[in-house]
Structure formats: C-alpha cells, structure tokens
Design a protein around this ligand. Structure first.
Ligand code: AGP
Length: 606
C-alpha cells in the first residue's frame, strides 16, 4: 500500500512535502516522489526508488527546490502493481503533462480502463495508478472537480487520490473510497494525508473524509463535497502530545516502543478500572449489557489476529461465550452467515487494514453488532464500528507491532472480565485478576531491566536458519506472535505449533540446526510440555525455555524466567523477552528493524 501527502498554502511546498513523507515512510518504503506547482505554472518533479532519504537528496540537489511552490503532492510507495522502478513511482502524470496524481489503494478495473486508454495515450509504467492521470486528461471537461468526480465514478476498488493541475496552480483536489484520507489545517495552509501522523507537526485540527467525499483546497482554504453538494464537517483538534514521535535515546522506534509498554498497560486500564474498588467502570463495556450476546467472532490480521486468539481464550474461559477468531482475508470470502446475537469484534492497530475494513463493511451491511479494538484514533475501522475501545498504545511507528499488542490484550481482557461479571458475578475472582493488572506495569519494568540477559541469549541464536515457537493452550497464540515477530524483524524462517502437535509431523524438522522457543508457564500443562521438550532434545534440538521463575531450569539449553502470574494473565509475560530477543537477532543480522524488507505498517490494500 502507498501513502499520500499534499499541501496547499502560502509556504514553499517542497520541504513540507519531504518532511511529510518522512513521517509516513514507515507505512511503505519502496519508492517516493513529489510534484509541486508555482504561480507561474512551473512544475517541480522528483522521484527516487528506495527510502525517502534518497528522494530528499535528489530534491536537495535540484536548483529549483528553493523556489516557492504553493501546492504540491507527494507519495511513498509499497509496490502492489508493478516493480519498484522510477516509472512506477508516483506522482503519475497525464500525457499532456498537465495533471499530476498520487494514489493510495488498488484500482481493480484498471486493466479494462487501460486497454481503452492505450489506444490514445502512451503508458510509461505498469501500475494501476497511472491510469488515473490519463483518465483525468481524457475526461477533462474544463472543471477539475467535476472531472475528478467523473473519473472516480469510472474506478472500481479502493483509492485515496490527490490531483494537481499545472494550469490551475492554486488548487488541489482529494477524493477517497476505501483508503483513508485526513485533511489537516494549520497556520501555513491545508494538508491532505493518509494518516494523522504525517500532519500532526504542521496542523492544528483535522477532518477524516468519508467514502465518496471530495476536498477542494484553493489558496489554503478547504471545501468538502459529497455527491456534488458542499458539506460542512466538524474538525477535531490534533493531540500534539500524543502524536509527536521521535526515537529518543533508542536506536530504533521499535525498541523505544517496547520500553513504553508499562505506560501502555496503565493507559489501557486508566478510566476503565477503579483499582480502589477493583471494579470495571466503562460506559462502552457497560452498554454491552444492553445486547444479548450469545457468541462472538473476532476478525483481524497478523499480530492482531493472534491477539484475538488470546482474547478468545479469555472470552470462553471467563465469560463463557463461544468465540471464534477469523483471519480477515479468509472471513471476507467465506460464506457469511450473519447471526443477530453475535458480537463481531474487529481488531486493528492502524484501523486501516483493508481486509479487516472490508469485513467490517460486510458485517455492518447485515446490521450486526460490531465492536472495534483499534489504536489509531479516528481511523476508518474505529469510526465504522458501532462500539469500541481504543488500545491506547500511542503512536506505533515500528512496522513490527509490539506495544500495541499489549493494548489489545488489555482491552480484550477487560472485555472478557466485563462480560463475565454480567453473567456470573464472579466478583472475587475478577478482583484477583484486576489486582494482577495493577501489578503488570511493575512486572514489565522488571522484565525490561532484564533486557541484556535476553539479548545475550538472542545473539547465540542469530546464526540459525530456522526456528520453532511452541506453546500450548492460551500460550499457543503467544508463540505464534513470537514466530511472526522473529520472521518479520530478522527474516529468519520460523514456524509456530501447539507444543503437543510437534510429534504429528513437524518434529521431522528438528535437529541441531533448528532451535525451539518453548513457552512453558506454571499452570498451563507444564508436565506435558516438559515431555515435549525432551522429545525435541532427544533429536539434538536446542530448547530456549520461557518459564515461570522458580521452575526447573536444568531441562533447557537456555531459559528466560518470567514472574509467576495466574494462567489467565500469563499471555502478557513472554512478550517482552520475545520481542527484545527478536530485535536483538535482527540487529545482529543488520536488519532494518523499524522498516523490515517488503513490509509496511498498514496494509491498506486487499
Ligand atoms: C505485526 O507485527 C505486523 N506488522 C502485521 O502482522 C500487522 O499486525 C497486521 O498487518 C495487522 O495490522 P493492523 O493491526 O494495523 O490491522
């Protein structure tokens, strides 16, 4: 997926565009480009493959970069259609070199449109996005707004586009369907971006465009249209404290975000738990009592999906509600049997994951009750759900999600506790778990103090080509999260299995070159897991045990002790060690920890 950024106002657009791309880069970084226009209708255009820094150095060398261009559009690309080449890098331009376009999304009917346009225009690249620039030229009726509206009606798929017209330098136009678009206003003018992080340092307030809405920005003033009619949308103030991010004293955002975990769990519980009375006090959770919830389906992708699996154990075990967890890209194309007494929960850090978003649209179309567990405030999924709680992890820049998962676990546990109390009034047991939540920030702090121990162990395993992550019961999805994190940070192949499943085939892969991380915490089938560890070691497989403090250490080749907690709270405990070790292995292998190859922070295309 790609990310867009645009500006129209009094200041020189060039430096604002480059800075905007830098803040968006973590969301897709195969190539980047900017185009700007000045009052004399002169165009500034620069593109570069690779990171935004490559583009920035090309801009710096361009003698016109210091001229004042009042309007501009910019784009950082994660390749969907077409290889990573300059030709495929946005902004795309019409044949008459009048119209410039940046696009985030996928135009599903682009081949049909391209086949028609190829008879009249030359295509220099092989992206779907390029057809938009040609389509604008082909459809231009003298009015850019009506032309953009006409062009949008011809496109099928998801898009957030910004269009610039060389002959009309005081105006840029943005339109969206499916992909996110934020319009921010600050002292220097108006900005369009794919998410709030790109504008938080230059804008004071913002609006999120809904599907089908169009924004026209002229001389630093915005007008928003829906179905051809001008509409007024209420702006929201940007919380600059929360949105400003930098690495601080850390080498990477990912490491910084791991060290923010104690604050995250505090924020998740703040205003939602009265720790004095050990009670949950939250209107949204209270309002669930107004609905008869007979079953729950959780829909998510990646790490959010694994968090949903952990949540399903809590919802079944505590609240006694049958719960199913579905991978969004599978759920979307499976037979959907809407169930009026089912609560559909959508989990997403970015709130813009296309697979999850499209599932949400499908479920809402059948008038089912939806609940969002999202981190980015004001994001599409958060705004579309009937109910929801933010995971309050703060801005997460590292592509590999860490602190946000703690927020997701926290919200899911609060949800399960809240539904449990409504059903069984297990006040005493609930209070015990609330006490453990109270102690979690200190537990995480203790673990962070052990970071060097984790790192020393991790370094020993950076040389292996493949690793297993194993866990049973509620620890199985935690092991899956660990396996995903190792893969996406270090590029080392990793597989996750329920520990008891190993002997049914995957054990064939175990040898001295395939170590296994085994999660073996007190109260979760420890003895059976010990037998599995012995099966691995009998085949010369090394085992790194993640075990409860005080348990038998002699069994493992290496081990990490975590504080004792109840089985219910245990999923929180292996995460910090696993994440610190995955980062350390990635750093040992000189990987780009914050921007792993081939990935992007938010997958806004299906
Ligand atoms: C997590 O480390 C990965 N970056 C990825 O699996 C991510 O969890 C997934 O793409 C879902 O993203 P979301 O939570 O923003 O929807």
């Amino acid at each position: 997926m790609c990310w867009i950024f645009a500006y129209n106002g009094k200041k020189n657009a060039i430096p604002l565009l480059v800075e905007g791309l830098r803040t968006l880069e973590y969301r897709g970084y195969d190539s980047a480009g900017i185009a700007a226009v000045n009052e004399k209708k002169e165009i500034f255009l620069e593109k570069a493959t690779g990171k935004v820094s490559n583009l920035a150095s090309k801009v710096q060398k361009n003698p016109h970069a210091k001229d004042t261009y009042q309007a501009g559009i910019a784009h950082t690309r994660w390749a969907t259609h077409g290889k990573v080449t300059l030709e495929n890098t946005h902004p795309h331009v019409s044949e008459n070199e009048r119209f410039y376009v940046v696009h985030n999304g996928i135009i599903e009917n682009y081949m049909g449109i391209k086949n028609i346009l190829e008879k009249k225009y030359h295509f220099y690249g092989d992206t779907d996005s390029e057809i938009i620039a040609k389509l604008i030229e082909d459809s231009f009726d003298g009015d850019l707004l009506s032309t953009v509206t006409t062009v949008c009606e011809k496109m099928v798929g998801a898009y957030a586009i910004v269009v610039m017209d060389k002959e009309n330098p005081s105006t840029i136009i943005g339109a969206k369907l499916g992909s996110p678009m934020i319009v921010g206003e600050g002292d220097d003018g108006v900005f369009i971006a794919s998410d709030i992080n790109a504008i938080s340092h230059v804008a004071k307030e913002f609006v999120s465009l809904e599907d089908g809405e169009t924004v026209v920005i002229t001389d630093g003033k915005k007008e928003i249209y829906s179905l051809g009619e001008r509409i007024i949308k209420t702006s929201e103030v940007i919380d600059h404290n929360q949105e400003m991010v930098d690495k601080g004293n850390f080498d990477t955002f990912t490491e910084k975000e791991i060290y923010e975990i104690p604050e995250v769990i505090k924020n998740v519980c703040k205003w939602r738990i009265d720790f004095e009375k050990k009670e949950i006090i939250n209107e949204t959770l209270e309002s669930l009592g107004d609905h008869e919830i007979k079953r729950i389906e959780i829909i998510a992708s990646g790490s959010s999906y694994f968090a949903g699996q952990v949540g399903s154990y809590w919802l079944k075990t505590l609240a006694g509600i049958p719960t199913e967890v579905r991978i969004s890209s599978e759920f979307l194309y499976d037979t959907f049997l809407p169930h009026k007494k089912t609560l559909y929960i959508f989990i997403s850090q970015s709130g813009e994951t296309a697979d999850v978003r499209e599932c949400l649209k499908m479920v809402k179309a059948k008038w089912c009750l939806t609940f969002g567990i999202v981190n980015v405030v004001g994001s599409t999924i958060a705004r579309m759900c009937d109910l929801g709680l933010y995971s309050h992890a703060g801005v997460e820049v590292g592509v590999a999600s860490t602190k946000n998962i703690i927020g997701q676990y926290g919200v899911l546990l609060l949800l399960a506790l809240s539904l449990w109390i409504k059903r069984d009034l297990q006040i005493h047991q609930c209070k015990t778990i609330i006490e453990e939540l109270w102690n979690l920030p200190d537990t995480f702090e203790l673990q962070l103090q052990q970071a060097n121990t984790y790192k020393e162990i991790a370094k020993k395993y950076a040389k292996y080509p493949s690793m297993f992550f194993l866990g049973r019961n509620i620890l199985y999805p935690v092991a899956a999260e660990g396996s995903l994190k190792l893969k996406e940070l270090s590029y080392i192949h990793s597989e996750c299995y329920s520990t008891g499943e190993l002997k049914h085939g995957p054990l064939a892969l175990i040898d001295k070159n395939t170590p296994s991380f085994v999660l073996n915490l007190k109260g979760i089938m420890q003895e059976k897991t010990i037998s599995n560890v012995r099966e691995i070691q009998a085949r010369n497989g090394k085992v790194i045990g993640i075990i409860t403090s005080g348990e038998d250490k002699s069994l493992y080749d290496d081990m990490i002790e975590v504080p004792e907690t109840s089985a219910i709270v245990s999923p929180f405990l292996p995460l910090v060690p696993i994440w610190i070790m995955s980062v350390e292995i990635a750093k040992t292998l000189w990987r780009d920890v914050d921007k792993p190859q081939n990935l992007a922070k938010s997958v806004t295309v299906e």
